[in-house]
Structure formats: C-alpha cells, structure tokens
Design a protein around this ligand. Structure first.
Ligand code: AMP
Length: 236
C-alpha cells in the first residue's frame, strides 16, 4: 500500500475513508484539522487564535501548519500514513515535497476526491464528530448515524457539531478551497501525480474500494497508464 495524500473540498468524506483505512490497513491518520482542533481544545493563546480562523472558515498560516505536519511526519518511523487536509496551498505542496524527500519517503499517491458543492454542503451540515476519538458520523445518512442517540459508538463520548459546519462558514471554506487548493490540484496534475475519483453519486463503500485499489496498485512507473486503463482511475 502507498501513503495517501488526500486533496478534496471540505466535508467530502476524507475522515470517514481514513477511519476505515486506519482500522483495516494500519494507516496513521494525519488530519491537520484534528491537530488544530486539539490545540484549540487546550485553550492556549495559540488555540484561541486558531479557533477564530477555523470558525470563520479561514486558513491558518503556512508556517504554523507546515511545522505541525513536519513534526508528525518525523515521528512516523516508516509507518504508512494518510495526509488529510494538507497540502491546502501551493506553498504547502512545495514544502511537502521537500519534507518527504528529506525523509526519503517516496511511496506516495495523491488522490483527489471530486465532489459538487451542493453534495459537500449537505455532508457538512449533517456531520457530527466525537471530540475524543475524532470519529465522524452523519445524522441523516443511514449507516453513518451513531447507534445511540448522540453518543460515539466507540468511546461513548457525547458527539458535537464542528463550529465551522454552518452554512455561512461552509461557503467560506469552499471558496477558500477553490482559490487556495485549486492551484495545488493543477500542480499535481501537471506532474502527472494526481489520481481523481469522482464521488458525487457513489456510496462511501464504493469510494473506499476505489481508494484501496488506487493505494495498492498505483505506480509512477511506466505501468501507470496501464493501471489507469484497468481501474478506470483518471489523472485529469
Ligand atoms: P478540516 O478538518 O480539514 O476541514 O480543517 C478545518 C479547518 O482547519 C480549516 O477550515 C482551516 O481553518 C484549518 N486547516 C486545516 N488544515 C489546514 C491547512 N493545511 N492549512 C491551513 N489551514 C488548515
């Protein structure tokens, strides 16, 4: 299996897919949003500043997020990882290439989950998360509702809505995605490093199957074109 770098709009389902891969394939899930929310929950001065940005749907600075990610990557010791929420800007993408090169990590695939704004908005507005173990649920989606009312199935903690899963903030986050992350998509596309999976009309189970197929078969060698033909995966 390959390390996965997910590029996707907010609320596309990266967290849910990552939960599955952590449980079944031993991945380490590095979510920059989770790392930031942990800092917020500590109530530090930095946490308060981050909270304000997150609640408005704005990005935190490249310097801060790069140092957080660098810190996590250096602790991995060769374990497989998923990067969820990073890189979100071109500066972060360049820096990620440097960090991975300096750690000698080459076994990676960039997966772009393509979803319409309407569908992503629906997912954001119905999402609740466990503040303890970070598992996410969906209040209106059968199969993703918590078993007991508003409690986490895994650790029984009361579930919460994220402060940025509101209609107004979702719009800001989506705009920020188009402006800041659009160039990141082009960056990987130009280098032929992007595998796109369109997820609008697919069940989460089918999306997970496609992600596993890509992460297990994708190769940057000459077999790449052959793989795309066989899998229906695309890098456009
Ligand atoms: P997420 O959980 O990935 O949706 O991230 C929640 C929020 O955390 C984002 O809307 C940003 O405010 C902030 N954030 C997460 N990742 C990044 C990043 N790579 N760069 C800047 N801000 C980020």
């Amino acid at each position: 299996m390959k390390n996965i770098i997910f590029i996707a709009p907010p609320a596309a389902g990266k967290g849910t897919i990552s939960d599955y891969l952590v449980e079944n394939y031993n991945y380490v899930h590095l979510s920059t949003g989770d790392l930031l929310r942990t800092e917020v929950s500590l109530g530090t001065l930095l946490g308060k500043e981050i909270d304000e940005l997150i609640t408005k749907g704005k990005l935190v600075s490249d310097d801060l997020i790069i140092s957080l990610v660098n810190n996590e990557l250096t602790k991995l010791n060769g374990r497989l990882f998923i990067l969820d929420g990073f890189p979100r800007t071109l500066g972060q993408a360049h820096k990620l290439d440097q960090m991975l090169a300096s750690l000698g990590v080459t076994n990676n695939v960039v997966i772009y989950l393509d979803i319409d704004v309407e569908e992503a908005s629906k997912r954001a507005l119905g999402r609740v998360i466990c503040p303890n173990c970070k598992r996410s649920y969906h209040l209106y989606n059968e199969g993703f509702k918590p078993l007991n009312d508003n409690l986490c199935d895994d650790c029984n903690t009361v579930l919460e809505k994220r402060s940025d899963d509101t209609e107004v903030t979702f719009k800001n986050r989506f705009l920020s995605y188009l402006t800041n992350t659009g160039p990141v998509i082009d960056y990987y596309k130009k280098q032929n490093r992007l595998v796109k999976i369109s997820i609008n009309d697919k069940s989460i189970t089918d999306v997970i199957k496609e992600v596993i197929k890509v992460a297990s078969e994708y190769s940057t060698s000459s077999k790449e074109a052959e793989f795309r033909l066989k899998s229906g995966g695309s890098n456009d």
